[in-house]
Design a binder for this molecule. Sequence first.
Ligand code: SF4
Length: 456
Amino acid sequence: MGGLTVGTIVKGHPVVIGSGTIREAPKGAPVPAVIDSAPAFATSIPAIGADPSLERIEAKIEAGKRLSLEDGLTLYATPDVWGVCALAHRVRQRMHGDVTYYNINRHLNYSNICALSCTFCEFHRKRGDAGAYEHSIDDIRAEARKARDAGATEMHIVGGLHPYLPFDYYTDMLRAIHQEAPTLHIKAFTAVEIVHLAKIAKQFKSADRTAGIRWVLEHLKESGLGSLPGGGAEVFDDRVHDEAFKGKIRSDVWLDVHRVSHELGLNTNATILYGHIESVDDRLVHMNMLRTAQDEALQRLGYETDADGGVTLTGEGAALPTPAMNDRGGYFQTIIPLPFFPDGSALEHLPGPSGLENLRTLAVARLMLDNFPHVKSFWIMQTLAMSQLHLLAGADDIDGTVVWYDITKVGGAGTNQETNVWDLQRVIRDAGFTPVERDTLYRRVERDGAAWRLAT
Ligand code: SF4
C-alpha cells in the first residue's frame, strides 16, 4: 500500500506511522491504514538546519508563540529529525536550564484482574487465570512500609478494572498507606479506573457523569489521594478507540476526569500511547486537545490568555505553575509519551515505533504542548539509554527508581525493572545535565540517605 503525503491529511485518513517488517495480522485484527513505508523516519538524516521548512517554526518558538497543527505536521514530515530535537531542546533549556528531574518512587499494581480485554494489553487477567492476583490491604500496608523505609517520596498505584472489589477497598488502601507512611505522596488511579470506581460505587450516571466522577475523587482525596497519573488516555480518536481500546472510556470522559480533578485542586499528568494503529494526525489532535484542557486549567489559576487565545509557558521568563496555586485548582504537570509495545498483545503483528520515531515524538510533544511544564521520558518503557537521548530532545524528567512495574516488561516476561539513584544521576550527568531530585509535585528534595525533606 502506498503512503499518503504528510500535509494532505484528512481526519481519519492516517499517514505513515512506522517502518519495518509487518508480521501477518490475525484475521480481523486492526491494522494501521498505511504501513509499508516511512519517508519521515527512514530517509538519510541531513545536518541540523538543512530543512528550511523549520525556519518558520523556529521563528515562532523564538517569539514564544503557539505552534499550529500544520506546524506539527511539518515537524513530523521533515527528514531533519535532529533539527526538531534541537528546537525542542532549546525550549526545554529556556524552561528548565540544565536541570533534569528524577524521583525516588515505588510502583504498586494492586491487581491485574480486569473486566476488559483491550487488544494492546498484556497485563490483564481474569479471576482464576494463571498469574491473576489481587493484593490485600495488609499486603499494601507492607508495601507502604517498604517504600517509606527505602526513602521513597511517592507511591504510584494503578491496576486493572477489578469487577468485584468494593469501593471501600480503594479508600481503605489509601488510608492504610497514609497511616503507614504519612509523608508518602499517593499518585493513584488512571481516569479509566476513576470512572470504573464511580460505577462500582453506583454513582456513575450517564446523564450527569461528572457528578459521579466528582463524588469518587472527593472521597479518594479525603482518604489520602495526592494526584492522578496520566494513563488511559491512549490516543484521543474515536476510530482508534473503537478498534483498539473499545470498552475503555473515550477522550471526552478522560478529559472530564482530569478537569474535575483540577477543579478539586489535584494535579494530574497526561500520556499519549503511540505507534500502533493511530496516524500522525491523530497524535497531533491528541496533543491539541490536551493543550486546550491545560489552557482551561491555567486560566483557573489566574493565567491570562495571549493573542491566540491560549496560555503558553515556553516563552522567555514565563512563570510555571506551582503547588502553592492548588487552592485555586490543579493542572497538568507532565506529558509522558509512551511507545506501544506489541509483544504479547492482540496487536502483536504490528512493528511498534522505532527509536527515531520515539525521539521525534517526544520532541514534537515538547514543542506542541507549550503549556505543559514538564516532559517525562519514562525510562522503564524507553530504556535508560534511550531516555538519555530524550534529555537532548526536550525531556526534563526521567522518572524514578521504579520497583515492580508489571504493565510493560522491557526485555521479556519476568523482568521487573529497577534502577538506583546513582544510575539515574550518572545517566543525567553524562548527558550534560544537573540531576535534581523532586517530589511528585516537582518540589526539590533534600536527602540524607532514606531521610528526606522538601528544600526551602
Ligand atoms: S489496558 Fe487497562 S482496562 Fe484494558 S485490559 Fe488492560 S488493565 Fe484492563
